[in-house]
Design a protein around this ligand. Structure first.
Ligand code: SAM
Length: 223
């Protein structure tokens, strides 16, 4: 897959896929989107738990995993991070990325970022005493989740315009089965057809304020 680095409006980098006309993150700001949608509206809702189990759709640059480790509410909270990725970045791609505001003053972010990418695929790896990672190089369409396994799903696929089959009722039914009761699925996408597919799959969908530049995002609860 041909990809190009771009700089988003908050100064943080992202990737662009010309063939799909898709960005990996919001052009308004990759870092602020990831923090708002996945960390604040997702992970921090589970601050009182000693352990949080996360499923991510689309590992990509690893930004969501990186922030989940460093920006959770309490350092001692254990994170079990399971990420699916069909088109992993090449080594030269992830090595060339610089998240200036993260890496310049905090070398531990850069070290952890490298560890996220160097971790083997398909095996569980403890990247720190509080962070266990499993990356699967697979297609979401072929994924059969264990039921009632995850507290939280980061649904971060390319847009429904580019990948309509990934935003279907059938996929959200898998997500609904994968979530624990009381678990959340969070996504940057709040399109009507997507919310209807989530609802048909048994999720209770709320539109909540989105990151700068986007009015709303979706947070769906498994009752
Ligand atoms: C919007 S990007 C987000 C990536 C990542 N969360 C990040 O912050 O960099 C979408 C990601 O989904 C991956 N993807 C696309 N189709 C997929 C599929 N069918 N199954 C699993 N992953 C897929 C892409 O390769 C890409 O990494």
């Amino acid at each position: 897959m041909k990809r190009e680095w771009v700089v988003t409006k908050d100064g943080s980098p992202s990737l662009f896929v010309p063939d799909l006309n898709q960005n990996y993150h919001s052009h308004h700001g990759a870092l602020q989107e990831s923090r708002h949608v996945f960390i604040e509206a997702g992970l921090k809702q589970f601050s009182s738990q000693a352990e949080v189990s996360i499923l991510e759709i689309g590992f990509g640059t690893g930004l969501n995993a990186l922030l989940s480790h460093f920006e959770k509410a309490k350092f001692e909270q254990d994170i079990h991070y399971h990420s699916l990725e069909k088109y992993p970045l090449e080594k030269d791609e992830w090595q060339s990325i610089q998240w200036p505001t993260l890496f310049d003053s905090k070398p531990e972010y850069q070290l952890f970022y490298r560890a996220l990418h160097q971790a083997p695929w398909e095996l569980e790896t403890a990247l720190s005493p509080n962070f266990k990672l499993v990356k699967n190089n697979c297609d979401l369409k072929d994924f059969n989740p264990v039921h009632n396994r995850y507290d939280l799903i980061y649904f971060d696929a390319f847009s429904p315009e580019a990948q309509p089959k990934l935003w279907s009722e059938a996929i959200f039914k898998k997500m609904q089965l994968a979530l624990k009761p009381g678990g959340y699925l969070v996504s940057y996408c709040v399109k009507g057809s997507v919310r209807r597919a989530m609802k048909a799959a048994g999720l209770e969908v709320a539109k909540i304020p989105g990151p700068p530049g986007k009015r709303e995002m979706a947070r769906a609860l498994k009752p």
